[in-house]
Design a protein around this ligand. Structure first.
Ligand code: 26Q
Length: 831
């Protein structure tokens, strides 16, 4: 495969190729101390990476000069997760250097495509939230905006997943960031962070209360920069990742006391902080190490941001006009308290101006409505780790509750209820906790959800009191994805078709709206044939991946029905499995084959402690084993679970999909972003009215998407009225009955009878929060309709093409422009 975007007829500059060859050989010789002929594939990858990094660094420095010249306001995107994936292909394509390096690799005797494939994914995130952050950085750089990511340089990213006897097994992901060609350590810019210790209550010379934070431990944060190349290479920003190191001063002190072993063990303790990414993406873990990680990120980031400001400006009066801090969920909400503490304690500002700066600087994005995912820290733990920050938060809360009192004066019981509802400190039965979402809202000038429905629910259900107090703070910013990585580079053949239809032009890479031109060809048989051929060839590519990882070939003449995302009860992989069981039993018991042969493709990781999600993985694999080994079924239905879902695997699955499963219980999926990636690549969505599916429906048109199931309003009503009776669906639908009975029995667990009985019991319980049985019949019917419609190749291809044509709204370029205008006041500086 060659470049996705090099225009036909363009020539490769031979001098550039020779220079690239020299650079690659030099890196092998002088950085690795090896003869170039002796380099391993991985070393060749690293050497190519280092060679590509040179122009990136030149451009990064030029970009910095340009932003400084304009005294530009900068955006700092604080996130505990950045799910970057691989970078070599993306960087080469964005720099328009793929053809040069392809020729250079060839002359060294290796294929560039192969080198690209051996790059380990940077898996510094769990899923949607982390990948969103990575897409935003790509768009910021492409839009020539000064926007920077701040995160943690985890030694271990998200665990690797192996499937053993159908069960998920986790393995550590030691991704060797030290060996990444992209990462530039900046030890000279290390910062020192205090934590633990105690408060000494004292008075200053004027007799005012003057607390002293004493006996803290010190941790050093060492920045590592990952350059982010925008498309066209005009701007190169960076993602700044901090590694935790022991403080030399702190250690030397203990050394001098002669306790060498203690010094070394303290050093190990300090370095734990950036050791590993927490693998949960729903239930807040509540662990001390996680709190320390969150603080470490905020403290390193805010220090860095303040230092940069003070380097170039006199004083802090103008700070909020030069810096915007975006908090990706509540994980970095301590930024509010840390900025206040530095402004008041270390920069000696008065409280009021410091608070004005803090609120004007910070903004908060919410990504979930689920109560169990909202972060709350026990007060004692908080006080132990961050005694001074707790004081600051108490003071923020005291002043905030005064404001609440002014807004709702009396009657007393009502006011007390309001204070309880809104206070940053929760005085719940299980002891006092700090509510991070409240801290984030109070400390921000803007709060946004990530899709229209979700943002509305934030206002009406999650934070109605805050919305009443500050309606102007609440906004929507519907998510987007970078169509360069997810359409152009993942699906190069489709990219070439689009460029050709646009008259041999790449302009759509920075303006996805241009792809609407495909609409004019949606009924053209010749273009349709080409579009189908591209899908077929992507299916073949995926079949090869499947064979390598599972030993199963896929039938590329079948419908690829794809559900790829974290395994979660609310995402309802189980609903999909129940539909497959129905399809299978209808075939073998009733002799009814599906209207078209279908391959059900799953991929996704379960949090290691999430037992129910892990059992769903086992169920998928057992159902797959039974169906794939049944000669009566194999022709029509196949099921495959592709292990170790990650960015680079998604890039192979998405272009091959015909059906995009987006079937969460309405009201639970904040937005989804996989739904956007799949639709862009010409998969037709089968979805509920949830998250961004609603907006995909509006854009694609109702004829080009399949919607089923309860609406979020119906779900909420049934929940409120205790009106859900799964037995009813069981009694009234023979299909539902047969599927539930199959789950209770041992058809799919002959060796371990009863293994899935708990699943049958859950879906039969009136307390099932995810309403599986309520939606099962309409889901089965919608899927049957899709498979029937697939057989009309012309009509189906038109739907698929119209999906690709109409997804302009879901480019993260659009999303980032909205944040820049409505929240960050960030400008573009192309020159
Ligand atoms: C919290 C506390 C302690 C440890 C871990 C966590 C944690 C980590 C990750 C909690 C949540 C996450 C990730 C959440 C996430 O990915 N949410 C998804 O965000 C996407 C981008 O906005 C949305 O499209 C998805 O709908 C949403 O589920």
């Amino acid at each position: 495969m060659s470049s996705a975007i090099a225009l036909s007829g363009a020539e490769v500059n031979q001098q550039a190729v020779e220079a690239a060859v020299r650079a690659i050989r030099d890196h092998i010789q002088y950085d690795f101390g090896k003869r170039p002929e002796k380099a391993s594939t991985f070393e060749l990858f690293r050497a190519v990476g280092l060679a590509v990094r040179r122009p990136m660094i030149d451009r990064m420095q030029a970009t910095e000069d340009r932003f400084q010249k304009h005294n530009a306001k900068r955006l700092y995107y604080l996130s505990m997760e950045f799910l970057v994936g691989q970078s070599l292909r993306n960087n080469l394509e964005n720099l328009e250097l793929w053809p040069v390096f392809e020729a250079a690799a060839k002359s060294i005797g290796v294929s560039l495509e192969h080198l690209v494939s051996v790059e380990p994914d940077a898996a510094l995130g769990n899923g949607g939230l982390g990948r969103l952050a990575a897409c935003f950085l790509d768009s910021l750089a492409t839009l020539n905006m000064p926007g920077y990511g701040y995160g943690i340089n985890y030694d271990f990213g998200l665990f690797r997943q192996r499937i053993d006897d159908g069960y998920q097994v986790e393995e550590p992901d030691h991704w060797l960031s030290e060996e990444s060609p992209w990462i530039i350590p900046r030890p000279d810019q290390a910062c020192v962070i205090p934590l633990y210790g105690r408060i000494q209550h004292g008075k200053d010379r004027k007799g005012n209360y003057n607390p002293m934070w004493m006996d803290w431990k010190l941790i050093v944060g060492v920045p590592h920069d990952l350059p982010i190349v925008g498309y066209g290479g005009n701007s190169v920003n960076y993602l700044r990742l901090f590694s935790a190191r022991a403080s030399a001063a702190f250690n030397i002190d203990i050394f001098n006391q002669g306790d060498y072993l203690k010094a070394v063990s303290d050093k190990i303790d300090s370095e734990k902080i950036s050791k590993i990414l927490y693998p949960g993406d729903s239930a807040a873990a509540g662990k001390e190490l996680r709190l320390v990680q969150e603080y470490f990120l905020c403290a390193c980031a805010i220090r860095d941001i303040l230092r940069r400001h003070l380097d170039g400006h006199r004083g802090l009066d103008d700070f909020a006009n030069h810096a915007a801090v975006q908090m990706n969920d509540t994980h970095p909400a301590l930024a509010v308290a840390e900025l206040m503490r530095l402004l008041v304690d270390e920069q000696h500002l008065e409280w009021d101006p410091a608070w004005e700066i803090t609120q004007a600087t910070c903004a908060y994005t919410n990504h979930t409505l689920m109560p169990e995912a909202l972060e709350k820290w026990p007060l004692e733990l908080f006080e132990k780790v961050l005694p001074r920050h707790l004081q600051v938060i108490h003071e923020i809360n005291r002043r905030f509750l005064q404001r609440v009192t002014r807004k709702w004066p009396g009657p007393d019981e009502r006011l007390e209820e309001r204070m309880k509802e809104l206070s940053i400190i929760d005085e719940g039965l299980g002891g006092k906790t700090v509510r991070m979402a409240h801290l984030a809202v109070v400390g921000s000038h803007a709060v946004n959800g990530v899709a229209k429905l979700h943002s509305d629910l934030v206002k009406t259900h999650l934070m109605p009191g805050f919305h009443e107090l500050w309606p102007e703070k609440f906004q929507n910013k519907t998510n987007g994805v970078t169509h360069r990585r997810w359409l152009a580079y993942a699906n190069p053949q489709l990219a070439r078709l689009i460029s050709r239809i646009l008259g041999n032009s790449n302009e759509w890479l920075t303006n996805l709206a241009l792809v609407r031109a495909l609409e004019d060809h949606a009924e053209d048989p010749e273009i349709q044939r080409e579009f189908r051929q591209i899908k077929q060839s992507n299916k073949q590519r995926l079949s090869d991946v499947s064979y390598q990882t599972t030993g199963l070939h896929l039938n590329k003449d079948s419908v690829f029905d794809v559900q790829i995302k974290r395994i979660h009860e609310y995402k309802r992989q189980l609903l999909h499995v129940m539909q497959i069981i129905h399809e299978y039993l209808a075939l073998i018991e009733d002799g009814q084959s599906p209207a078209a042969p279908v391959t059900h493709i799953f991929a996704g990781k379960a949090a290691p402690g999430y037992t129910a999600a892990k059992l769903i993985i086992k169920l998928i694999n057992n159902v797959a084993a039974v169906i794939n080994n049944d000669d009566r079924a194999r022709m029509y239905i196949r099921v495959v679970f592709l292990p170790d879902y990650r960015v680079s695997l998604a890039e192979q699955i998405i272009p091959a999909a015909d059906i995009s499963e987006q079937i969460s219980t309405a009201g639970f999926e904040a937005s989804g972003t996989g739904n956007m990636k799949l639709a862009m690549n010409g998969a037709v969505t089968l979805g509920t009215l949830d998250g961004a599916n609603i907006e995909i429906l509006q854009e694609a048109g109702v004829e080009n998407i399949y919607i089923f199931g309860l609406s979020s309003i119906e779900v909420a009503q049934m929940r409120a009225m205790h009106d859900y009776a799964p037995q009813r669906y069981y009694a009234e639908s023979s299909a539902v009955r047969r599927v539930v009975d199959a789950l209770s029995g041992s058809l799919f667990c002959p060796g371990e009878p009863g293994l899935f009985r708990s699943i049958a019991e859950k879906v039969m319980s009136p307390g099932d929060p995810y309403f599986h049985l309520a939606d099962l019949d309409s889901y089965i019917r919608a899927k049957q309709q899709m498979l029937a419609d697939y057989n009309d190749a012309a009509a189906w291809t038109s739907k698929a093409m119209l999906n690709t044509a109409r997804m302009a709204k879901f480019s993260s370029d659009r999303t980032v422009c909205e944040y820049a205008n409505d929240i960050w006041d960030l400008k573009q500086f192309a020159e």
